[in-house]
Write a protein of this length. Structure first.
Length: 256
């Protein structure tokens, strides 16, 4: 099984931790997407729904959401928390049937796990002409640079980098980031927009490490190494930390 697929399916083992520690999404995100759509959204397809953090935001607004997720443990956790207007499907993006299309197709911190082969042809088949595609995520990052360095030093003997590199190699200092870079090149999508919703969250160091425990780079470590990284990280941090919880978003419209 390819390494990225292994990492993509690593979350089921920590489904309850994912639900407990990962932040949800604020109403500002819903407002951003609906304003871009320019009218009411009635149907949506979610790719890689996880435990339903984003599912709840859109379903609570009255949108009929079909939440898809390949990992059965994550999907079981999602079903505990979502309202009745959510349908669930256990499937990877690449295995979804293309016989239905939606006014909105979105992915919350999961698009980078999808296969690049035919990604946008498949996506276009799922988005109604004139409909909206949205991708968003929340990088887990300590706000204080000194604490960032302390956490990096704590993990360094066991893990060089805990992030997911840009799927298309886009450098972090370029004005348009992935997946906007690919959307701009696709014949199927237009009016590509990139936006950041500012947000910071204060939490205990323990809860911060709880978030790290849901990140694939840590999940893939051997258990003893993972436990040592978390012990060293807790030792390096004060009792309470501030986390930069910005929401990075990309929006595009399906050509008619």
């Amino acid at each position: 099984m390819p390494g990225m697929v292994v990492r993509a399916l690593s979350f089921g083992a920590v489904a309850e931790a994912y639900e407990r520690y990962r932040p949800g999404y604020p109403v500002e995100l819903l407002e951003l997407v609906t304003a871009y759509a320019g009218g009411p959204i009635r149907t949506a397809l979610e790719i890689g729904a996880g435990t339903g953090k984003a599912t709840r935001l859109f379903a609570d607004a009255g949108i009929a959401v079909t939440a898809t997720e390949p990992d059965p443990a994550m999907l079981a956790e999602l079903r505990k928390h979502v309202p009745t207007n959510v349908s669930t499907v256990q499937a990877a993006f690449e295995d979804l049937p293309l016989d239905s299309s939606y006014e909105l197709v979105y992915s919350a911190a999961a698009l980078h796990w999808t296969s690049p082969e035919g990604r946008w042809d498949r996506m276009a088949a799922l988005v109604q002409p004139g409909g909206v595609f949205a991708s968003f995520g929340v990088p887990i990052q300590l706000a204080d640079p000194a604490l960032q360095e302390a956490a990096r030093a704590a993990r360094a003997p066991y893990l060089d980098d805990d992030g997911v590199p840009s799927p298309d190699g886009t450098l972090a200092d370029l004005p348009m980031q992935w997946p906007g870079t690919e959307l701009e090149q696709s014949e199927w999508f237009t009016d590509v927009r990139q936006a950041v919703i500012e947000r910071s969250v204060t939490m205990t160091a323990y809860d911060y490490v709880g978030q790290l425990s849901t990140v694939s780079a840590y999940v893939m470590l051997p258990p003893t190494a993972r436990a040592e990284v978390f012990r060293r990280t807790l030792q390096a941090l004060p009792e309470t930390v501030e986390v930069n919880a910005q929401i990075h978003t990309h929006l595009a419209r399906r050509t008619r």
